[in-house]
Design a binder for this molecule. Sequence first.
Ligand SMILES: CCCCCCN(CO)Cc1c[nH]c2c(N)ncnc12
Length: 229
Amino acid sequence: MTKLAIMGAMEEEIEPLLAHFENVNIVEFANNKYYEVNYNGLDIVIAYSKIGKVFASLTAATMIEKFACDTLLFSGVAGGINPELKIGDLIIADKLCQHDLDITAFGHPNGYVPGGKVFVETTKSLRDVAIKVANENNLKVIEGTIATGDQFVHSTERKDFIQTTFKADALEMEGASVAVVCDALNVPFFILRAISDSADMDAGFDFDEFLKSSAKNSADYLIKIVKEL
Ligand SMILES: CCCCCCN(CO)Cc1c[nH]c2c(N)ncnc12
């Protein structure tokens, strides 16, 4: 029987998800709250990690190792790089990388450390369900590369580095760490983001203005996918 983990980084990213559920049981663990619900016979654990790769790794590993989730879905917002991505648009990650992981001093490529790999691929069967749901609901969504790093990107210099180095379509601060954890623990996972800004000098203002509506775009789509699992 599937036990589903649904994760975000910020409260604003999971609030529109929690709105769909009743009879929520709250479990406090490791300085965080895990919300347990049952939805159409499906056991689900929902949490927001707090921002950044370390918090996201802790929450993803906890949902799998302590709550025994066997599938993990992430919903949230991201900065757009691909010019096709407008604010509010949806992107499904087909692979993710860490743009701030850097031991290039030793001749290694950006995003690589020994024993690791630059790109971690998401689970195709989950992407296929998501694309089917998008088609059925006439939703525009792209599949692409998401770059993760422990910084809110708000300059074209950094945005251009990430685009040039990884050919990334969007960027955020948690996805690639969720990917490394799920890949290592052999748990199918899916990363969905809606664009809140363009990671340029206006990013801070746009983020503040569009966080709520973009988080809702992502959450509403994710709930439709959950119904198909
Ligand atoms: C209080 C400030 C919280 C920022 C958290 C932003 N999330 C991180 O996952 C997504 C995101 C949206 N736009 C971004 C950008 N331009 N750079 C990095 N990350 C992002």
